[in-house]
Design a protein around this ligand. Sequence first.
Ligand code: ZN
Length: 213
Amino acid sequence: MFDVKHHIADDLMAAYAAGSLPHPYALVVASQISMNDEARARYEAQLAVGGSVLDELGSSEISGDFKSRLMDMLDDAPAEPIRAPRRPQGVFPGPLMEAMNGRQPKWKSLGFGVKQSIIYAGEDGSTRLLYIPAGQAVPEHGHNGLEMTLVLQGAFSDEGGRYGVGDVEVTDEDVDHVPVAEEGLPCICVAATNAPLRFKGFLPRMLQPVFGI
Ligand code: ZN
């Protein structure tokens, strides 16, 4: 079992347990639960509480602005949490395999060996797989909304620390970061966003509309 150091905050887990987390993020949370017993235990604890934590959003480290927008999103969110089967299949956990209709991802190059595969895109945001070669950096960027990233293979580090398999990083508009994949295996992540990223460099900014990132 993985030693998970970076968890999904209680309020997001409560929203997931209540079936009110928007689909792009629910895919990431369901994936972490299916990979990790500790995440599953925290999920089941939220189910037992019956979502009362949602009434007191304020316990986490997420910014106030984001919290109010999350509450707006929750209003028109789907009713059922995604099933989180216990057995992951290879690199991609059950909920992601289901989102990909059981097929392997179709990768598109973003340059410098970085690849992505969009597995869900809707009005409530998008969910994509990212493939980052060992030692490679993702261009520095900020966020217009919430970005939730789960590591499926390998590891990356940024200003927030080191993220290994099963770890989740949640960033919002207060965070600019340069994730760098560790040496060794290529880093494969699944990331959910509800707004375009803000890239700093000219080239990534120019490519952004082309790739839809
Ligand atoms: Zn980011």
